[in-house]
Write a protein that binds this ligand. Structure first.
Ligand SMILES: CC(C)(COP(=O)(O)OP(=O)(O)OC[C@H]1O[C@@H](n2cnc3c(N)ncnc32)[C@H](O)[C@@H]1OP(=O)(O)O)[C@@H](O)C(=O)NCCC(=O)NCCS
Length: 159
């Protein structure tokens, strides 16, 4: 069962930060074969949602993650965004991706009530994000060798 924690950069422990950066590197750099500067100086101003799971060895591990980015930080977006959505490869297709994304959206709505939400989505997940109430607002474009689209969820939308 996923246990969520909400953190800022300053309330994350060294262990939290190590787990977050390790999971993101495993997925966005290694798995997706994308050599880009994943540690991007946005974490310090973001809010973070950590989804912990109990491993078979009894130790907890970071199974799911996303971050909430304030306005005008990411690509100069005029709306807050949810980003770096990921789940560990060992727990995929169990609903954890949807759970952590919903938790991220809920957290964002509490931080920025009544706000439109913007995401830079990997294009292969367009249908997933549409099912969460997001609409595509850009043509597909390449970023770091991966096709992306910008998507928006107007304030007041319920998925
Ligand atoms: C995307 C990701 C978070 C989904 O995690 P998950 O734990 O498998 O998610 P869920 O089991 O909750 O599935 C949620 C939805 O994701 C979509 N999805 C998951 N894997 C997919 C795939 N390979 N291709 C297309 N859609 C996919 C489906 O729409 C699914 O909804 P459904 O179960 O109603 O069909 C995970 O595959 C991941 O970390 N991928 C690599 C990182 C990444 O691409 N992040 C997104 C950046 S925008």
């Amino acid at each position: 069962m996923l246990v969520f924690e909400r953190k800022t950069f300053s309330t994350m422990s060294a262990t939290d930060i190590y787990a977050v950066l390790q999971l993101r590197q495993d997925i966005f750099v290694v798995e997706q074969k994308c050599p880009f500067r994943e540690i991007d100086d946005i974490d310090q101003v973001s809010h973070h949602v950590l989804g912990w799971e109990q491993g078979v060895d009894g130790r907890k591990f970071l199974a799911a993650y996303c971050r909430i980015i304030p306005v005008y930080v990411f690509h100069n977006f005029p709306d807050p965004a949810v980003g770096r959505l990921c789940t560990a490869a060992s727990v995929r297709q169990k609903g954890y991706g949807r759970l952590i994304f919903n938790e991220g959206v809920k957290y964002l709505e509490e931080l920025y009530p009544g706000s439109t939400i913007r995401i830079q989505a990997q294009q292969y997940l367009e249908r997933f994000y549409q099912s969460c109430g997001f609409k595509t607002i850009s043509e597909p474009y390449d970023e770091d060798g991966i096709q992306h689209i910008d998507m928006l969820r107007p304030a007041g939308t319920t998925a």
